[in-house]
Design a protein around this ligand. Structure first.
Ligand code: WTA
Length: 677
């Protein structure tokens, strides 16, 4: 197997080997109010009823024209859903709620500074603001259906307004995580060929004001060098009308949105009736090579899937106050802060800052004040809250009926603490396993139907049929106690359509490994490779162990080891680089970076700091290595491959195993000494 080396250093190997846990049952009160109370949903979504079953999700939406074909497989494995249907995502998330719910809060925006008031934006206000901005995009920025526009924005209400305005026009948004650097933003501008960048002057995070506009200048300059001109930068203001960023505007390129909006007051634009299979957005994610992949998501299939899963798995009712603490810059935020909840007419909370600012009680004060009853977060945050604020939840009068964890495996002990302390033993918990590529949930318990099991995501959600294969394509059965590569047997409407501009990479990354017949137009021949290792217990619950490829999951954020390695090469002294994941109590894993220098250069703390800074500048602070180890050489195989497995063992203080077959076994002791000193 070509990727042997990477597999050996995967998180699965580091993952704790958990015991099977006892079931935990949902309360009677939860079951009584749940959107889905009985098992028949699994029958309705049985493979025998595939793909027709998915019309149940599509029927939750408003269609200008119904589809002719539910699933078109003629371009396998680029599956097309609801072909012939016409729809608009913005209409479904905003306009259709006005008749009965225009006064209802759509978005609660919670600024990080606690002295600033929470803003409650009604559906009517959302409608007005989205319309005015959409007309601005059309008439001032010249954007039309099919154009791409890059958004580099933090967590303020301007972000969903921007996304929905794009969706209204059929413009494809590509949102870059606000914490990413100007360089990372430029790469996405270039790949998506955006000529408009939408950003903000600044925002608050961790008690600090961040000047964000300067990233736009870097992004535009670097894009130009790479051949993509950005002719307009639209800048929202954190405080409309007030200057807070000291970075100057570039004449004829940079425009303050709030100045421009004056000309668009009262303007409205009809939502564009879009083919269901057109693209709603691109979401870039890390892959095994340095270049991020633009996952291309459809309008109709995606919206149907996130609406259906928000209703049945998140159990969102229109009267709920739903708070997902993820960042909209990731897929979780797209699907389960913006599109899913708003499509169901829920009130969704957007919090600007870090959950523990100014103290570990902040999240619970927000929950109490807004009377949040559905709470959605990630294991890394749960671990942090457990460490620094275990006594906080009990001090506040909030009550969750439902809680979600997503993004990484959650240890049973952490799960139990989440359930007992944050959920006060009252809330049902769903551990949802899925990916940027999949648009929505793959595995999770159905909250009122299946019991919870700490540390296990659960069975496939209705309509999703997972299967675990070994390296040779043999199925590993439930209860065998062996891990393998988890795949999904069947397509589903939330799945991405392809990698933007790179169909070959889409096929080779996700389908080539287990494809039964490359010419087949039958979906049964094309299992989807998720890139995760997993085990299936006897009861059909899946436990996800981690990635099988060179992707590491830091605080639930996917980073390619290759991305970090290639950033370190920007420092000219660097000869070789290797990133390995190190287990971390709070973040799950963090990257350790091993570097060997070109001949003639001396290792020094300054050089290590310079390499670390290069990574932060290139990717963003989330990629900062725990430690940069400057070593005299890397452990290598005889064919010259860096043995990351050995470095991973050293960083994790594990036995390195047999190294006698290495080309340079003596280096192992030298590195070990360095790391343990
Ligand atoms: C991991 C986030 C265990 C997994 C939605 C996957 C999880 C990657 C879980 C996708 C979970 C996500 N349990 N592992 N509940 N959820 N993962 O694209 O390795 O940012 O492949 O999407 O996160 O990360 P992504």
């Amino acid at each position: 197997m070509a990727k042997n080396e990477a597999v050996e250093t995967s998180e699965a190997q580091i993952a704790v080997h958990w015991q099977e846990e006892e079931y935990v049952y949902p309360s009677k009160e939860f079951i009584e109010q749940a959107n889905i109370k009985d098992e028949s949903i699994y029958e309705r979504f049985a493979l025998d009823n595939f793909p027709e079953c998915y019309t149940e999700y599509a029927d939750l939406l408003h269609w200008y024209k119904k589809w002719d074909t539910i699933l078109d497989t003629s371009d396998a494995p680029c599956w097309k859903w609801f072909v012939g249907g016409k729809i608009n995502a913005c209409y479904n998330c905003v306009d259709r709620h006005l008749e009965n719910n225009k006064n209802k809060t759509a978005i609660h925006f919670v600024p990080e500074p606690e002295n600033e008031r929470i803003e409650h934006i009604t559906y009517q206000e959302l409608y007005v603001r989205v319309n005015e901005f959409a007309v601005l995009l059309r008439d001032f920025a010249g954007l039309k259906a099919g154009d791409r526009v890059t958004l580099h924005m933090p967590m303020t209400e301007d972000l969903p307004i921007t996304m929905l305005a794009c969706a209204r026009l059929g413009v494809i948004h590509t949102k870059v995580f606000g914490g990413f650097s100007g360089r990372a933003c430029a790469d996405r501008i270039v790949d998506s060929q955006s000529r408009v960048l939408i950003t903000i002057d600044g925002y608050y995070r961790g008690g600090k004001f961040r000047d964000h506009k300067k990233n736009a200048d870097i992004a535009v300059d670097l894009s130009k060098k790479d051949g993509q001109e950005v002719d307009k930068v639209l800048i929202w203001q954190r405080y409309p009308g007030k200057k807070i960023s000291s970075t100057p505007l570039v004449n004829g390129r940079d425009y303050l949105v709030n100045d421009l909006l004056k000309d668009f007051r009262g303007k409205r634009v009809e939502p564009v009736s879009m083919p269901a299979e057109d693209t709603l957005f691109l979401m870039y994610t890390s892959g095994t090579t340095g270049k991020p992949k633009g996952c291309q998501h459809s309008i109709g299939g995606y919206l149907a899937y996130v609406t259906g899963t928000s209703k049945y798995i998140q159990d969102i009712h229109p009267e709920d106050v739903y708070w997902c603490m993820a960042d909209i810059g990731w897929i979780t935020g797209h699907s389960y802060i913006v599109y899913g909840p708003l499509s169901l007419c829920a009130s969704t909370v957007i919090y600007e800052g870090v959950p523990t600012y100014p103290d570990a009680g902040r999240a619970w004060r927000i929950a109490e004040e807004l009377d949040v009853n559905i709470f959605h977060t990630a294991p890394t945050i749960i671990r942090a809250l457990r460490k620094i604020g275990p006594d906080e939840p009990v001090k506040y009068n909030y009550h969750f009926k439902h809680m979600t964890t997503v993004g990484e495996p959650i240890e049973p002990e952490v799960w139990k603490w989440f359930y007992k302390v944050i959920g006060k033993g009252e809330a049902v918990v769903v551990d949802t396993w899925w990916q940027t590529e999949t648009g929505g949930f793959l595995c999770s318990t159905m909250p009122a139907i299946k019991p919870m099991k700490p540390g296990s995501a659960g069975p496939g959600v209705p309509g999703i049929y997972p299967v675990i294969y070994d390296e040779f394509g043999n199925e590993i059965k439930a209860g065998e106690g062996r891990a393998g590569n988890i795949c999904i047997r069947n397509p589903w409407p939330g799945a991405f359509q392809t990698i933007w501009g790179d169909r070959d990479r889409y096929i080779s990354t996700y389908y080539a490994k287990y494809c039964k017949d490359k010419n087949s137009k039958d979906w049964r021949d094309w299992p989807y490779l998720t890139g995760d290792a997993a085990m299936e217990a006897e009861d059909g619950y899946y436990r996800i162990l981690g990635r099988i490829d060179d992707v590491i999951n830091v605080s639930g954020h996917r980073l390619g080891t290759k991305e970090i390695e290639s950033a370190s090469f920007l420092v000219q002294e660097v000869a070789e680089a290797a990133v390995v994941p190190v287990a971390d109590e709070i973040k799950g894993v963090v990257p350790d970076l091993y570097i060997s220098l070109k001949p003639g250069y001396e290792a020094s703390d300054e050089l290590a700091a310079k390499i670390s800074a290069a990574i932060c500048d290139t990717i963003g602070k989330i990629a900062r290595p725990r430690k940069v180890w400057l070593v005299s050489d890397m452990p290598k195989t005889r064919s010259g491959k860096i043995m990351r497995r050995v470095l991973g063992a050293i960083s994790n203080k594990k036995a390195v195993g047999d190294v006698s077959t290495l080309a340079n076994p003596e280096i192992v002791d030298e590195i070990k000494k360095k790391v343990s000193s």
